[in-house]
Design a protein around this ligand. Structure first.
Ligand code: FRU
Length: 326
């Protein structure tokens, strides 16, 4: 594909209601706008698997040049990804995986490592016995399975660490409040809660506060978004003990998609780095991310200035042509 050739990217996003996904989309849009020949269409699957399948079908029948997908759940999205591949459309899977490796490439952080990082925080504080509650993300979505796997890989080796219970969430805090209330009322304050994302972690803190236990339980989340409602701020506010950074990979996804279309060799697994954000580095992380956001904002305004100039040039050029004709 040469630079001038038009490139159409179709992205099926699992849903749009949370800031993590909005930030992913934003990073993709900024990155895509750097290439005038790239058109990025983002469809929101609204957390509805059937809708996501229908969107992917549409991308296939539209013969987009490449599909990017963040599957709501692995299993139901696997066959349609295969269908796209069989139709000759490359597929880049982001954040959540399908059930097999029949896609062109994957980009996202290592969710097993995310779970292990959370476990390591707990292990490094174990003296006597410790009790832990795990709050899982949506069953059947790969980050939930992998975060849990990594978490258990480490904690199950420590007999002093006891699981007081596991709660099945769906990534949103509303899904966990009742069962957590019921569990904590039975167990009393536990030492740690690991929630698979910061939204549920915040919900867990609110529930602990309702029960007067918030000072006793250390809560670990995942995502570490910047901004007033993000995980980094929650760590700074002392709501969370720590959060494990889970980068969205929006900009990387577009870069990798374009490499695939340029027939460059791309690794099947493009793993983004993750790290622990706690009281010791929350400030530094916040500063770093704010700088990146500032630069992103600058790029966005420069791009729209260039577009305005182009429009002005074309309209002046057209006026000139009309004058010459007459
Ligand atoms: C956003 C989200 C994140 C989580 C990710 C897992 O929709 O729920 O909070 O880390 O999805 O795929």
């Amino acid at each position: 594909q040469t630079e001038e050739e038009e490139v159409r990217i179709g992205f099926s996003q699992a849903m749009l209601n949370d800031e993590w996904r909005q930030s992913m989309n934003n990073a993709m849009e900024v990155q895509a706008s750097l290439y005038p020949n790239v058109t990025l269409s983002i469809s929101n699957a609204n957390y509805n698997v059937q809708q996501q399948i229908a969107q992917l079908k549409e991308f296939i029948s539209d013969s987009v040049d490449i599909i990017i997908v963040s599957p709501i759940q692995s299993k139901p999205i696997t066959p349609i990804v295969e269908e796209a591949m069989n139709a000759g459309i490359p597929v880049l899977v982001v954040d959540r995986k399908t059930d097999n490796q029949k896609y062109t490439a994957y980009v996202g952080a290592d969710n097993i490592e995310v779970g292990r990082n959370a476990a390591k925080i707990i292990v490094s504080n174990v003296q006597d016995s410790l009790s832990v509650i795990e709050i899982r993300g949506l069953a059947g979505s790969s980050p939930a399975d992998e975060r849990s796997l990594g978490f258990h890989q480490i904690l199950d080796k420590f007999p002093k660490i006891k699981f007081a219970g596991t709660i099945e969430g769906d990534w949103e805090k509303e899904s966990i409040t009742e069962s957590l209330r019921e569990l904590l009322s039975r167990t009393g304050p536990v030492d740690y809660i690991f929630a698979h994302n910061d939204r549920m972690a915040k919900g867990a803190w609110e529930e602990a506060r309702n029960l007067g236990m918030e000072g006793h339980i250390k809560i670990i989340g995942v995502d570490g978004l910047n901004g007033p409602n993000g995980g980094i701020q929650l760590v700074k506010d002392g709501v969370l003990n720590a959060t494990i950074l889970y980068p969205t990979g929006g900009a990387e996804a577009i870069k990798i998609a374009l490499k695939i279309l340029n027939a460059e060799v791309v690794p099947t697994n493009n793993i983004l780095s993750t790290t622990v954000i706690d009281q010791f580095n929350a400030d530094i992380m916040q500063n770093q991310f704010s700088k990146i956001n500032e630069q992103q904002g600058l790029i966005e305004s420069q791009i729209s200035a260039i577009k305005r100039q182009e429009q002005l040039y074309y309209s002046q050029n057209n006026i000139l042509k009309i004058i010459i004709i007459f």
